[in-house]
Write a new protein. Structure first.
Length: 103
């Protein structure tokens, strides 16, 4: 039996884990759906509409932002959030490809 050398790029693995973790939480998916529906929105609209605490909303947005799933831009006293669709689409393709490969 031929052995295959496995090479793991730790940085790519860390980034992939961050993105997957960010997308794997039900509340973060609700937040992403809301941002997608609005195109771009601020934290006040998110927590008021979804009826979740401001601090919890901010914590989840931080996870999404650090993973690169959402972008934040300052507009006056508000921070507006938008989805990084390119990254989300790449993540979706990667997961789909992985699932096809193991089945």
């Amino acid at each position: 039996m031929k052995k295959t050398k496995v090479v793991i790029d730790n940085e790519k693995l860390r980034i992939s884990a961050d993105i997957t973790r960010a997308l794997a939480h039900p509340l973060r998916l609700q937040i992403l759906k809301f941002i997608d529906e609005k195109g771009e929105t601020n934290v006040n609209k998110i927590y008021n509409t979804l009826r979740i605490e401001q601090s919890i909303t901010s914590q989840h947005l931080k996870v999404l932002r650090l993973a690169g799933v959402v972008s934040a831009s300052k507009e006056g006293k508000f921070v507006r959030y938008s989805i990084n669709y390119e990254l989300v689409e790449r993540a979706e393709r990667a997961v789909s490809n992985f699932c096809r490969a193991i089945m």
